[in-house]
Design a protein around this ligand. Sequence first.
Ligand SMILES: Cc1ncc(COP(=O)(O)O)c(C=O)c1O
Length: 224
Amino acid sequence: MAISPKIKEKMEKGSFIRKMFEEGDKLKAKHGQENVFDFSLGNPNLDPPEKVNQTLIEILNQPVPALHGYMSNAGYPETRRAVADFLSREHDLSFSEQDVIMTCGAAGALNAVLKALIEPGEEVIVLAPYFVEYLFYTDNVQGVPVVVPTGPDFSLDLKAIEQALTPKTKAVLINSPNNPTGKVYDQKSLRQLGDLLDRIVRKQGEVIYLLGDEPYRKIVLFLY
Ligand SMILES: Cc1ncc(COP(=O)(O)O)c(C=O)c1O
């Protein structure tokens, strides 16, 4: 099949997590669902509360015209407003629907954000250990991932980040709670990172975006 050599190479080097998931499926078929414990992907081991299913059924039963039709690219305004209100309450800051864009998952969001920001050859700092797909997302927009180590307890290594910054740095991508380490960056180190970027931006004159990928933040709120 005439698929592009680049994609062929990517498939060969593809995510090990995905390969483990496929392997898990095979093992389940062989040994039974209940005998295989699959920790490969981020699937929770709990189903949503019944109320969630009921609400979805109620929504589907409402005779809304063109329920499955196209919408404006950023998402339904009322949904964006509801998310903005929620974020305003949660962060004690003021967000409006203009600050919110609905996407299909975190991968969709990160790809859209990187596409909006990165010119070919610009650098995106990624902190190791990192979610493996960050390299693919950066490559999708012809950006250059610059992998920077974290401390022995996986905390932010501000010196290493500072050393990795170049005039080509366009974004620093952080993930907290972190996949795979579980590390949650504390307020102090996040402020220090913000201050560092502010200082460099003032010196260089070029904006560096701090991108936060937080798909697991609710787990932390739930625990504390
Ligand atoms: C840290 C991190 N970012 C992004 C994603 C992608 O999330 P989604 O499935 O919502 O696209 C994942 C999924 O495992 C993840 O762990």
